[in-house]
Design a protein around this ligand. Structure first.
Ligand SMILES: Cc1ncc(COP(=O)(O)O)c(C=O)c1O
Length: 323
């Protein structure tokens, strides 16, 4: 469960008090799910607060908006600055940072593109997503809900509407007493969790599904792949059958909120010996050192948060294509 209290929300250039960050109930995003967002983490590092893989998150946010043909009234640099300003204004670490591009004006009608596109950035305290169990290992259930195919809803975009599927799968797993769901793709291959990518380890090799399984290309996933390779473990992206997961030596989730969470059970099958495996622990050790700024080799993954220097107060510019 996420804590939801921060101090300020950055809304189109203005830092608004948390309680006053409101939009109209007839806004397009609320009714049709057409919004795109990011989940980003701020960490306390050895040299002050820093944001993990900020440039990659901004890049994915812009790519998601392109898929949904949302004209973004900000440059990548302005979005970056907004995120840094929101983090500095809230002064919370570890933090969970949520930039979202949405149409906040009253504008009903599915194809209505009249409402302006706005950017908001919220910052709340970050906790362990999967609770204490995220270190000793989580219990996951193979969901009866499949991922939608990307030719129906593109998994490549991190869009609001995608999470209806995650929501139902998550409720089903929770109601059955599990910590998390594992969704299969439309063809029955292992895809991902409700908000995490998934990895398994067999005979010293690390495996993870690829984009053909209609996953979100996670930024933590990308980091894990790099760390695993740097540690000398072969990493293979491939279609993964359910039985491969049920009989894996080790398995874990990766995601911004979940970070790296070992999986100790999948649908009543114990993974390995039921405890985080040695390769998972190796990767976790490096990952948690990286986010604390203790691994100089990965220093470029952390963007230091400068003090709140200046808050943009202009209205966003209208772009070609927005009415
Ligand atoms: C469906 C889904 N898969 C995977 C991830 C992991 O992505 P990342 O590591 O970029 O947070 C997320 C979280 O954003 C997600 O929502």
């Amino acid at each position: 469960m996420l804590a939801t209290q921060g101090k300020k929300i950055w809304m189109d250039g203005v830092l608004v008090d948390f309680a006053d960050a409101k939009i109209h109930v007839l806004n397009h995003t609320f009714h049709y799910g057409v919004g795109v967002f990011e989940g980003i983490r701020g960490y306390a590092t050895t040299s002050g607060p820093a944001i993990f893989r900020l440039a990659d998150h901004v890049k994915r946010l812009i790519a998601s908006a392109r898929i949904y043909r949302m004209p973004i009234p900000y440059t990548a640099e302005e979005i970056t600055r907004a995120i840094l300003d929101a983090q500095a204004a809230n002064d919370i670490v570890p933090s969970y940072i949520r930039p979202i591009l949405y149409r906040g004006e009253p504008a009903l009608g599915v194809k209505n593109r009249a409402g302006k596109v706005s950017l908001a950035v919220g910052v709340i305290p970050a906790k362990k997503y999967l609770g204490e169990s995220s270190e000793s290992g989580v219990r996951a259930k193979i969901s009866p809900l499949r991922k939608p195919r990307s030719d129906a809803i593109p998994s490549f975009a991190k869009a609001d509407g995608n999470y209806l599927n995650s929501y139902l799968a998550g409720l089903d797993a929770a109601d059955d007493g599990y910590d998390e769901a594992v969704l299969l793709d439309a063809n029955g291959h292992v895809a991902e969790g409700t908000g995490e990518n998934i990895f398994l380890v067999r005979d010293g090799t690390v495996y993870t599904p690829g984009l053909e399984s209609d996953i979100l290309l996670g930024i933590t996933r990308m980091s894990v792949i790099q760390i695993a390779k740097d540690l000398g473990y072969p990493v293979v992206e491939k279609l993964i059958g359910v039985n491969e997961l049920l009989t894996a030596d080790e398995a874990f989730f990766s995601g911004t909120y979940a970070e790296i969470a070992p999986i100790r059970e999948v649908s009543h099958y114990t993974v390995g010996n039921g405890r985080p495996g040695p390769i998972t622990r190796d990767i976790m050790d490096v990952f948690y050192r990286v986010v604390r700024g203790e691994e100089p080799k990965y220093a470029s993954w952390l963007t230091p948060v400068p003090p709140l220097a200046r808050v943009v107060t202009r209205s966003p510019r209208r772009e070609k294509g927005s009415a």
